[in-house]
Design a protein around this ligand. Structure first.
Ligand code: PRP
Ligand code: URA
Length: 209
């Protein structure tokens, strides 16, 4: 596999993904699982963040102890990426949050941007893009292009389910971006859906169709 993708095979992640894929999982449960699996994955993908020591006093003595020194920015891609935000914030409560609104045009499968709002100064921040589905890769690639134009450079992408075609697009468009995913699925179907996949993530999260 390309070095720019890492599949998180942790059994707790894989079990939650199974329940997310299951078509019997209703929106309420889907939202909870998506939040929980995101937290587990965020734990894995932040292993390399830097820390610096601060002075504290335990009940027994003074000590130097580490806290995060990297500034983190979370950027969910609306709508479905919103379902990942709370799980990520549970582990990174001081992270700043940007938002990008994109949807895929159903006939062309091209991303259409409708909203973007970022915290100031992305240049030094570790940026985590949240989007559960990497299908053709058009949406994630466009989102990352936009973040780079706003000055972001330390970008990583967290997707639950990825298709080989979308990963290939990301390797070409953004070879500097590491992609973390719970599964590289078989393919895209003729409508651009990931198979076996989990269906339309936004619709399953919010009960739309
Ligand atoms: C879904 C998903 C990704 C995109 C992936 O969003 O959340 O953003 O499709 O497909 P791609 O890799 O082929 O671009 P969708 O367009 O359904 O919008 P929604 O989240 O608002 O439902
Ligand atoms: N968007 C989704 O929500 N699911 C897919 O399988 C592909 C794009």
């Amino acid at each position: 596999m390309n070095a720019n993708v890492s599949e998180i095979r942790h059994p707790l992640v894989q079990q939650k993904l199974t329940y997310l894929r299951d078509k019997r999982t209703v929106s309420r449960e889907f939202r909870k699982l998506l939040s929980e699996i995101t937290a587990l994955m965020v734990y894995e993908i932040t292993k390399d963040l830097t820390t610096s020591p601060v002075s504290i006093e335990t009940p027994l003595e003074n000590m130097e102890s580490p806290v995060l020194s990297d500034s983190v920015v979370l950027i969910p891609v609306l709508r479905a990426g919103l379902g990942m935000l709370d799980g990520a914030l549970d582990l990174l409560p001081t992270a700043r949050v940007g938002h990008i609104g994109l949807f895929r045009d159903e006939s062309t499968l091209q991303p259409v941007e409708y909203y973007a709002k970022f915290p100031s100064d992305l240049s030094d921040a570790v940026i985590i893009v949240l989007d559960p589905m990497l299908a053709t890769g058009g949406s994630s690639s466009a989102a990352i292009g936009l973040i780079k134009r706003k000055g972001g450079s330390r970008i990583r992408c967290l997707s639950l389910v990825s298709a080989p075609a979308g990963l290939e697009k990301m390797f070409v468009d953004h070879p500097d971006v590491m992609i973390y995913t719970a599964s590289v699925d078989r393919a895209l179907n003729d409508k651009g859906y990931i198979v076996p996949g989990l269906g339309d993530a936004g619709d399953r999260l919010y009960g739309t169709k």
